[in-house]
Write a protein that binds this ligand. Sequence first.
Ligand code: FE2
Length: 295
Amino acid sequence: MSRLRIFADDRPDTPLSVSHDHADIAASLKTIGVDFEQWQATQAIKAGDAPETIIAAYRADIDRISAARGFTTVDIVSIAPDNPNREAMRTKFLDEHYHVEDEVRFFVAGSGLFSLHVDGKVYEVLCEAGDLISVPDKTTHWFDMGPEPSFVAIRFFQQADGWVGHFTGTDIAQRFPRYEAASADKSKQRLLTNLNLLLNFLEPSRWTPHGPVMHIQDNDTNAESKRELIAQAQTLFEAAKAVAGGTSLSSMHFNPMDSDLISEKLAGDIDEMKYLDLSLAYNRALESYLDATNH
Ligand SMILES: [Fe+2]
């Protein structure tokens, strides 16, 4: 989701405002001469498409903006998270700089973080697929593609060699938030996977009157089904631990308390294990997940 955060340039920890609304973002950026638009592809495009196919899908918008701003060439830049040069590529424009021509980018896929330093404020723009941003010439700014960059963008040029970075030598960019989207997304994804595992197992129809408690029958003489249950318990335990960040397990009311014990039981006498209470784990999992997704 696209986002604009505006900071005072001496307060990198507390944004003055935050918006996720395209019209709001465009209106705020307009006040500093920055265009922010959303474009729709006129034909389906997919990862790995040839540059000509991508350009054809946005032809009308490309022609319109090129005519309005005097762009003579466009190209496509495409960076995947496993690019061996990603660190050098990320570093290149990570410090405050400006250009003597407009820097205009359309994000076909993926995302990137532009921060514009104008009149004592920092306008931090998270650009997502479908967003066009124009950074006017001489506007000081920096760009962060993140540690695992992933984007396809159309770049616009007025002169073939006009787009050179002039660095201001300040350290302001290092004091402001960096873009860590990919890793944040991955840990969210892991949370989601583990939470789904818990939720599926703990669906209310399987709950006991005491809540989400997994029962293992003492009188179950079928070793195979016990083993199955215990394996399931281990999986759930690991999922709960991962979702809760691996901390405060003692507050989760597990019985037995850890997965090593579950393994021991699997190997030996399993009759003692009567239940695995996942109610607190479930609540912790849900809280962690909602925190992580900012709900
Ligand atoms: Fe730049």
